[in-house]
Design a protein around this ligand. Structure first.
Ligand SMILES: NC(=O)c1ccc[n+]([C@@H]2O[C@H](COP(=O)([O-])OP(=O)(O)OC[C@H]3O[C@@H](n4cnc5c(N)ncnc54)[C@H](O)[C@@H]3O)[C@@H](O)[C@H]2O)c1
Length: 282
């Protein structure tokens, strides 16, 4: 599989990071979103994040300029037809992804592998919507993408070995460390992490401790680099809620019930860092 051009669908928190690492590794990137302002914001973020790498001498100014040139922002998804590989990083809602997978399947060449960066939605279910289930796979990056080494590579039920091997190798080319995981709600990372964040929210809701106190316990007592509520705000509270809902529904166990305070915050538009307000004010 010769990959030169990578399509990234969704230019939000994750999409801009994914575009960043692919372009930095020499791939041409077609970055797609539904509104020009999301594309503008993504390019601005990539520019600033690359500036930081230049300041730390991890990237030269020339390589930065070349990487930025390799990113082509587009609104029309048909432009993805020239991509050799596509990562979908759109909003974590099944109807949105389902519609996208059907559409991408009809736009992309039949041999093109289609990966999803979903945090929790079934890869097998997304694959079943396409005529290429053996070429559909999970490629789950972590936030912030340019800094985090891990990529969970998720095999759907029908994912072919060649697809898995190719995506595993691709993650390594991005200087990431891929880990093999099978398809199940939340995979490994969120299956274990999200109940922790959700439980921290219950502790705040029930008045056990303030967000600051909960976070301090985890930073000092468990040597976590940031506390669970700071992390939830960073991930995005809407994203956390979507993941809890997928696990609650998919695994059917009441232990995955989303915290009512989380639901209240999301209803109020308090989505964490990206909206300026979550468990903390920004
Ligand atoms: N935020 C995290 O920490 C994190 C970590 C790992 C994986 N993920 C996953 O990555 C994906 C994206 O999450 P995010 O945090 O970047 O969300 P986000 O809300 O920041 O960005 C999603 C983007 O997708 C765009 N979009 C929606 N429908 C689209 C369509 N039809 N075509 C093109 N673009 C479309 C939206 O306009 C938005 O800009 C989700 O599946 C999420 O579960 C998120």
């Amino acid at each position: 599989m010769d990959i030169k051009t990578v399509g990234v669908v969704g230019a939000g928190t994750m999409g801009n990071g994914i575009a960043h690492v692919f372009s930095k590794s020499g791939y041409n990137v077609i970055l797609c979103d539904v509104e020009q302002r999301f594309l503008d914001r993504a390019l601005d973020t990539i520019n600033k994040n690359m500036d930081r790498e230049v300041a730390k001498q991890k990237l030269t100014a020339e390589d930065k300029a070349a990487a930025l040139k390799r990113i082509r922002p587009v609104l029309d998804r048909k432009e993805l037809a020239s991509a050799d590989f596509v990562v979908e990083a759109a909003t974590e809602q099944f109807p949105i992804k389902a519609q996208l997978f059907r559409e991408l399947d009809s736009i992309l060449r039949p041999e093109v592998l289609l990966a999803s960066n979903t945090s929790s939605i079934s890869i097998s279910k997304l694959a079943a919507l396409t005529r290429r289930p053996e070429k559909v796979i999970g490629m789950h990056f972590f936030n912030p993408v340019p800094m985090m080494k891990l990529v969970e590579v998720i095999r759907g039920l029908a994912t072919a070995n060649e697809t898995f091997t190719a995506v595993f190798a691709l993650a390594k080319k991005l200087d990431k460390t891929p880990v093999e995981v099978n398809d199940a709600p939340g995979f490994v990372s969120n299956r274990v992490l999200m109940p922790l964040l959700n439980e921290a929210m219950y502790a705040v809701m029930e008045g056990v401790a303030t967000p600051e106190a909960v976070d301090e316990v985890f930073k000092l007592g468990m040597a976590h680099p940031m506390g669970p509520l700071t992390l939830a705000d960073f991930i995005g509270l809407d994203v956390c809620l979507d993941i809890m809902r997928v696990m609650h529904e998919g695994l059917g166990d009441p232990k995955y019930r989303p915290c009512p305070l989380l639901i209240k915050y999301v209803d109020a538009g308090w989505l964490g860092r990206k909206s300026g307000r979550g468990f903390y004010k920004y």
